[in-house]
Design a protein around this ligand. Sequence first.
Ligand SMILES: [Zn+2]
Length: 118
Amino acid sequence: MATFLSVRPRPEGAWTARDAPRKQLIQVSEDIVTRQVVRITAGKVLRSDDLIGDEREVATAILRANPAFGNPHVVRCDWCHETRTLFRDENETPFKLTAHGWLCESCNVKAASQEVKF
Ligand SMILES: [Zn+2]
């Protein structure tokens, strides 16, 4: 996992118009994978786990290459103690994204969130 394809610019012009839907699909699945890499690294950074090799550099490079992602947030409910690492546009049960952070839908309380910076 030392090198990460999507950090490098994609070769434009390698696709034809007929590839467009496929290209979009690849883009979406790449986003999911790259977000997951950042998410896992963010969790480790927060817990002060040992990082393997250049994990932090890889996560930083991914975020730099994808400014729309923003930094991940560790979202935690003080009542049920559920915790998720989410980007600013993500909902994951039991957390629901609101205009002001996340709501724990199980407990119907505002969740605490902490932005993770690399
Ligand atoms: Zn809760």
